[in-house]
Design a protein around this ligand. Sequence first.
Ligand code: AMP
Length: 190
Amino acid sequence: MNLILFGPPGCGKGTQAKRLVEERGMVQLSTGDMLRAAIASGSELGERVKGVLARGDLVSDEIVIALIEERLPEAEAAGGAIFDGFPRTVAQAEALDSMLAGRGTKIDLVLRLLVDEPVLLERVTGRFEQQGRPDDNPETFKTRLGAYNAQTAPLLPYYEGQGKLTAVDGMGSMEAVSAAIRSALETVGS
Ligand code: AMP
C-alpha cells in the first residue's frame, strides 16, 4: 500500500510516518530528511539546496522527483511507501503517479492532517527550541507556510478528484491522531 501524509509544516506528518513504519514495516520517504542528509554530508546536491531550505522555499521538482525515484524499489520491497513531504506541487504529484504506474502500482490513500495555523506555529516554535532546526524559526516558518498555501494546497483538488483524499483531525494527542489514521487505513483494507 502506498500512502501520502499530507499537510502544512508542523502538522505531524513526520511523527506519524515514523509510527506507521514501526507498526507496519513500510518505508518512510521524506524528501525533507533526504535533503537534510545531503546537506549534512556536504555533497554537491547538499551545497545546491542548502540556501533554498534555509530560506524556506521549495527546491526544484526535478531534484525531489529524482530522490524519490531512487527509493521506490526499496519501498516496494517493504510492502509500500509512506510519502512524507512529497509531493508538494502538482508537477510532483503527476510525476509520482506516472512513476508508480510504470511500476504497476499507485497511491492508495492521501491522508490530510488538519491542524489550525496557531497550533502549527506553536508546535514549530517548540521544535525550534528543542531541536534547533534552522528553518523552524518563526520568520522562515512563515515562508514555508506561504509555500504550502500557494504551491502545495492546490494538490487537494487533484487528489480529491481521484477520490483518494481523507481528512484526519491532527489537533489531538499523538495517540489520538495515530488512532484516527489507523481507522482511515482500515477503509482501504490493509
Ligand atoms: P520538510 O522536512 O518536509 O518540512 O522539508 C524541509 C524543506 O525541504 C522544505 O521547506 C523545502 O525547502 C524542502 N523540501 C522538502 N520536500 C520537498 C518537496 N517535495 N519539494 C520541494 N522542496 C521540498
